[in-house]
Design a protein around this ligand. Structure first.
Ligand code: ATP
Length: 233
């Protein structure tokens, strides 16, 4: 089965080509963010205080624009054009003081969406206090995703709405094959609502209840994590 035709959440995000991004810090995490955004066609501005990191990123073509900037200096951030970006990713995990000052500078400079990488819980708390809109723990999230992909291989994509509720994209379970959406009674049997059905790589939002589900395709459902866990996947 070609899972590359799926990707409900990325299809929702695909109309955001006008978004502008800057990445501060070109460690392994920052470089991965840069190269993925660049491959998706976004124009990314990357900065690092270390000249070697900047030249290496340009040499490796992980990003088209990279300059040397000390992000603890507001003037330098302004001159580099960082404060004009819609989304700034503060990818400085191991230098807590620099990460906090940078996040404060970027937020106070008026950037609407600031995503910051944390290396510990106290780091996360501090980042939130200085205004980070999203804080991520890549190592923690990678560990959780690995465990889920090993135990629930039928889940193709997942959007956690909060600690208890999620939207998930799943492969149509064997048990659902040939049944219509109405016959499945997802709401009364599982407490879940179906948002979309994917056929031949195209999502049909609000599918007809008489549609018969076929294995190899995917469905997108919303519900509590407990109910999602009850699905036969
Ligand atoms: P790893 O590379 O181990 O995955 P990481 O991606 O979190 O970790 P860090 O070790 O935190 O990377 O470093 C991120 C980058 O941030 C480094 O390249 C470092 O030079 C850069 N950096 C640190 N302080 C500043 C600063 N004040 N301004 C700009 N860049 C900085």
């Amino acid at each position: 089965m070609d899972l590359s035709s799926f990707g409900f959440f990325s299809s929702l995000r695909s109309d955001r080509s006008g978004q502008s991004f800057a990445v501060i810090g070109l460690g392994r995490f920052g470089r991965a963010v840069c190269s993925t955004l660049t491959k998706q066609g976004y124009d990314v501005l990357a900065v690092d205080s270390d000249e070697l990191k900047v030249s290496q990123a340009l040499l490796d073509r992980v990003v088209a624009h990279a300059i040397v900037v000390d992000s603890t200096q507001v003037v330098a951030l302004k001159e580099a054009g960082i404060l004009e970006q819609e989304t700034v990713i503060v990818a400085i995990g191991n230098f807590i003081q620099e990460s906090i000052i940078t996040t404060l500078n970027v937020k106070e400079g008026g950037v609407p969406n600031v995503v910051a990488k944390a290396s510990s819980e106290i780091h996360e708390t501090l980042l939130r206090k200085v205004g980070a809109d999203h804080v991520i723990f890549p190592e923690h999230e990678a560990g959780c995703n690995l465990a889920l992909s090993l135990t629930k291989p039928g889940i193709l994509d997942r959007l956690d709405l909060d600690a208890d509720n999620s939207i998930v994209e799943i492969v149509v379970p064997e048990k659902f094959h040939g049944k219509t959406i109405a016959e499945l009674q997802l709401r009364s049997r599982y407490g879940l609502n179906m948002l979309a059905y994917s056929q031949n790589g195209k999502f049909n939002v609000n599918p007809d209840p008489n549609t018969a589900l076929m294995k190899g395709n995917a469905i997108v459902v919303i519900g509590t994590n407990k109910d999602i866990d009850r699905l036969p996947i």
